[in-house]
Ligand binder design. Structure first.
Ligand SMILES: Cc1ncc(COP(=O)(O)O)c(C=O)c1O
Length: 392
């Protein structure tokens, strides 16, 4: 039987860079000790206080169908959070609660792209981006950023790619690069969006993980309110990856259409999860800081270790739970280096090539193991790179 092109061409074969990840997984399942620095997931679990609230809500009976747009309380709580963080007037009518940020990304593209429209995204990119755009029926067109620009997007490149485009997807703080887009970058990107009449889909799921600089939501920039859809999530800010709770913030008329889409796709998010999310958000910065603290610490450890050597380059590690390391002096590409590192030292990292072409010759290191093992792994990576480069 024939299957749709939409589903069979979703991933277009993907990148070979994922081979390292699967090899590491296999080694672990065979009982080998592998230092796992591939995955973007906290090494702590959801806080017991959030779980207690989840259980209480479920026991109180919130296990049936929940309101499709999200409970009024959660929509209001998310709106208040966004208003506090950005200064932009936001009400519950601006918010749709979704099963995670990923579902919000898909819904946003369905909302603004017709089949055959072009959706732009930036390389390097979070693994699901091109498939998400294609899944919405649009044509995914990539715009390169470069290590030389510290992976800050350039407005002229976006402009040059924007023929036929209806949307641009950006992500700051960025996975995989750890870069936070500057105000100057975002203002230039916003200017292109206005001039080229593009929707801006702004993935801000790492908005609590900022180590250097300031997170600016482009929805708050002049004349961007009506053309920006912000993607948010409880996954990274509250270590609730498995709870599948996120949101889209946008103009009320767009949200209305997206609620209609949700009625015909996800049918909402469980009520007990939403109650737990309200509890977690109301717990305020103290809880958020507790969750981000290990990454802030490890990033500082990494800066010190990298400053003491001169082979491996560090892309400015301004936010998110990753480091992007430039290993080009070794003469290997990211994939070659990651494979050799796994074979020689049983350390698993992601090759830059698994996130597109722009980060070739780099590796992404997730800061998701305890401090001592993390520091030891990073020292080993630096020594290994130095050996390879001196042997050239
Ligand atoms: C940049 C980015 N966006 C979105 C997501 C999706 O997160 P979730 O669906 O768990 O909210 C992730 C997950 O790793 C991510 O890194």
């Amino acid at each position: 039987m024939k299957l749709s092109q939409r589903i069979t061409q979703l991933t277009e074969g993907g990148s070979d860079g994922w081979g390292v990840f699967y090899r590491a997984r296999r080694m672990i399942s065979e009982g080998q000790a592998v230092t796992e620095l591939t995955i973007g997931e906290h090494d702590i679990r959801t806080d017991p206080s959030i779980l207690a609230e989840m259980e209480l809500s479920a026991r109180q009976g919130h296990t049936g169908y929940a309101m499709v747009p999200g409970t009024e309380l959660l929509r209001e709580t998310v709106a208040a959070r966004i208003q506090t963080r950005t200064g932009v007037n936001t009400t519950r009518d601006n918010i749709l609660i979704t099963p995670g940020g990923q579902s919000a990304l898909f819904a946003a593209h369905v909302a603004v792209c017709d089949p055959g429209d072009v959706g732009l995204y930036l390389d390097p990119y979070y693994a699901t981006y091109p498939g998400t755009i294609r899944g919405a029926g649009a044509v995914a067109r990539v715009v390169q950023t470069t290590a030389e620009d510290a992976f800050q997007p350039r407005a002229d490149r976006i402009d040059a790619a924007s023929e036929g485009a209806v949307s641009l997807l950006i992500n700051s703080p960025n996975n995989p690069t750890g870069v936070v887009y500057s105000r100057q970058t975002l203002e230039a990107v916003a200017e292109v969006c206005r001039r080229r009449d593009l929707w801006l889909i702004s993935d801000e799921v790492y908005d609590t993980q900022v180590w250097d600089g300031t997170h600016i939501s482009p929805r708050a920039l002049p004349d961007m309110l009506a053309r920006t859809l912000v993607i948010g999530s409880m996954s990274k800010s509250h270590a609730m990856t498995g709870s599948r709770c996120g949101w889209v913030a946008g103009p009320p008329d767009v949200i209305e259409h997206m609620i209609n889409l949700a009625t015909h796709t996800t049918y909402g998010v469980p009520g007990f999860i939403q109650d737990a999310a309200v509890f977690a958000l109301n717990a305020g910065p103290e809880l958020e800081n507790r969750i981000t603290a290990p990454f802030r610490r490890r990033r500082k450890l990494a800066m010190d270790i990298l400053a003491a050597q001169n082979t491996v380059g560090l892309i400015p590690a301004q936010g998110a739970m990753y480091l992007m390391l430039d290993i080009r002096p070794t003469g290997l590409n990211g994939e070659g280096f990651a494979n050799a590192l796994l074979d020689t030292h049983a350390i698993a990292v992601m090759p830059g090539e698994s996130f597109g072409q722009a980060a070739a010759g780099h590796i992404r290191v997730a800061m998701t193991i305890d401090d001592d093992r993390f520091a030891a792994a990073l020292r080993t990576i630096c020594c290994f790179a130095a050996e390879l480069s001196s042997g050239r």
